[in-house]
Design a protein around this ligand. Structure first.
Ligand code: G1P
Ligand code: ZN
Length: 544
């Protein structure tokens, strides 16, 4: 076999973050940079001889070039087969579906999620294991350890490129490369989970929707499922053709970045339902006519309404949310007698709970919702879950949300991001807070009394692994919370995230403007953290 062993030197910055390794494209294009990381993955996942790998990405700039390199390395390292999405396209949830369905050894997904794309923007790579979920920390730690000592990698010296544009089978030095339809298996699974007939009927009776694919990977998936299979009018999917630079925008489904959709949904021309997804298709934003549904509320509402979906009716084993996600789903779990779990930020922490049949639904405040149908969050799945509820309840999004608040209380919620802070200053903010919270219990801040404060540490109930320093929490006696965390996905400087939540059960107070309702928490958090003095910042960069 024409395998070449290339001598290389370690890079010192290949520690995977919240979701794989993300860097600027130019950083990835340095000689040996991508190859070192890929070889470190292959060296950390057990014997790969004769195994099958899934490979694809969100279509961003450098996706196709990286695929050609990884194919040559997979062949040289002994894989026998690689399933590649047509044109290199696989959404993160679709990759998870295929890994599980075809029972492959694992998969490599090329994505920097919602980060911008293009020659001067971001690229990313992550490894998913045979359960279809993100590699757990023990594997990402092993990968990182390898990157620090790597001295060589294996690559085929075959100079021909595999044609990714057509379904078909190719041979690469004895390894089979199968180019597969990117959408087919995913759409089939959605068909099994949801009542497509009910949704199609609702649409044929005049229900309207707009799905913003944000020039990213979900375009082909949404056109096939929403327009072709469910009969939504042509053009219901906007920005539906994946572009390498996402049209120069942030493919991040929130009211700030999905502003075309936001404007439409708050205008007199609003359709009945609006949604958006991110770069790699795992995030979702849900909007109704004149109402934005927070991701935390969305998780709670899906849990409370699972009985409307045949595949989930009576089958919810439990519900999990990441620590900074609002406690709205806890209220539902309590009432329905379901177990609820609080995990650190990042989808990888849900995997063990799902594999052990502890939870069915999971969610994060960062526009992520999903279930045990796969091991990733799933943007279009959440959209279909909502559409199925709407078809079954025959009420508007606003009515469903308002009734939910009446029944369970309203968790006002917002996240303030301070982006591209100097890393040293951001670390100082966290270090100071870490000291401060040791002595805050029972003290008063403004009109609020602290009930607990700590640096969140999680012990996985399945494998007992411990994850420390997962965010500073300050909880108050009235149920409000403020949480401080540094992002683990950014590529320049540090991003400080401050999460705010308050809980309201008085129906007269349920229709306040969110930032107004949280204003006392916002003021006190800026003071407690000495934000201005340490970072010079007075205003958040992005508020969601
Ligand atoms: C962010 C989100 C987190 C999500 C991750 C990957 O990570 O906050 O919930 O799992 O992206 O989509 P962070 O940048 O906060 O580390
Ligand atoms: Zn994503």
């Amino acid at each position: 076999m024409p395998v070449t062993t290339i001598t290389t030197c370690p890079f010192d910055d290949q520690k995977p973050g919240t979701s794989g390794l993300r860097k600027k494209v130019k950083h990835f294009q340095q000689t040996h940079y991508l190859e070192n990381f890929v070889q470190s993955i292959f060296a950390s996942i057990g014997d790969v001889q004769g195994k099958t790998l899934v490979l694809g990405g969100d279509g961003r700039y450098y996706n196709k070039q990286a695929i050609q390199i990884i194919l040559k390395m997979a062949s040289a390292n002994g894989f026998s087969r690689v399933l590649v999405g047509q044109n290199g396209i696989l959404s993160t949830p679709a990759a998870s579906v295929i890994i599980r369905k075809k029972q492959t050894f694992g998969g490599i997904i090329l994505s920097a999620s919602h980060n911008p794309g293009g020659p001067d923007e971001d690229f990313g790579i992550k490894y998913n294991t045979s359960n279809g979920g993100p590699a757990p920390e023990k594997i990402t730690d092993a990968i990182y350890a390898k990157t620090k000592e790597i001295s060589q990698y294996l690559i085929s010296d075959n100079s021909s490129e595999i044609d990714l544009s057509q379904p078909g089978t190719h041979d690469l030095d004895g390894m089979t490369v199968e180019i597969i339809d990117s959408v087919h298996d995913y759409a089939l699974l959605m068909h099994e989970l949801f009542d497509f007939t009910a949704i199609r009927d609702m649409i044929s009776q005049g229900f309207t929707l707009c799905f913003d694919a944000m020039h990213a990977v979900t375009g082909p998936y949404a056109v096939e499922i929403l327009e072709n299979q469910l009969g939504a009018a042509k053009g219901s999917v906007i920005n539906g053709i994946p572009k390498e630079d996402f049209g120069g925008e942030h493919p991040d489904p929130n009211l700030v970045h999905a502003h075309h959709l936001a404007e439409l949904m708050f205008s007199p021309q609003s359709p009945d339902f609006g949604a958006a997804s991110d770069g790699d298709g795992d995030r979702n934003m849900i909007v109704g006519n004149n109402i934005f549904v927070t991701p935390s509320d969305s998780l709670a509402i899906l849990t409370a309404n699972a009985e409307h979906i045949p595949a989930y009716k009576g089958k919810i084993l439990g519900v999990a949310r990441s620590m900074p996600t609002s406690q709205a789903s806890d209220q539902v779990a309590k009432k329905l007698g379901l177990d609820s779990y609080e995990t650190p930020t990042g989808w990888k922490f849900f995997g063990n709970l799902m594999d052990a049949d502890k939870v069915t639904l999971c969610g994060e405040e960062s526009f992520g919702t999903g279930s045990s149908h796969i091991r990733e969050k799933d943007g279009l799945w959440a959209v279909l879950f909502w559409l199925n509820i709407l078809a079954s309840r025959k009420e508007s999004v606003a009515d469903i949300v308002h009734k939910h608040w009446q029944e369970f209380g309203r968790n006002y919620y917002s996240r303030h991001d301070y982006e591209a802070i100097e890393t040293k200053a951001a670390n100082q903010v966290m270090a100071n807070l870490r000291e401060k919270v040791k002595n805050l219990s029972n003290t008063k801040i403004g009109s609020l009394t602290v009930s607990y404060s700590d640096d969140f540490c999680y012990t996985d109930p399945i494998d007992n692994s411990v994850s420390e320093h997962q965010g500073i929490r300050i909880g108050f006696t009235n149920g409000s919370r403020v949480i401080f965390r540094l992002s683990g996905t950014g590529t320049s400087g540090a991003t400080l995230r401050i999460y705010y939540e308050s809980y309201e059960t008085n129906p007269d107070n349920m229709h306040q403007e969110t930032q107004q309702a949280l204003s006392e928490l916002i003021t006190l958090s800026v003071e407690v953290s000495d934000l201005k003095a340490l970072t010079g910042r007075t205003e958040a960069t992005v508020i969601t």
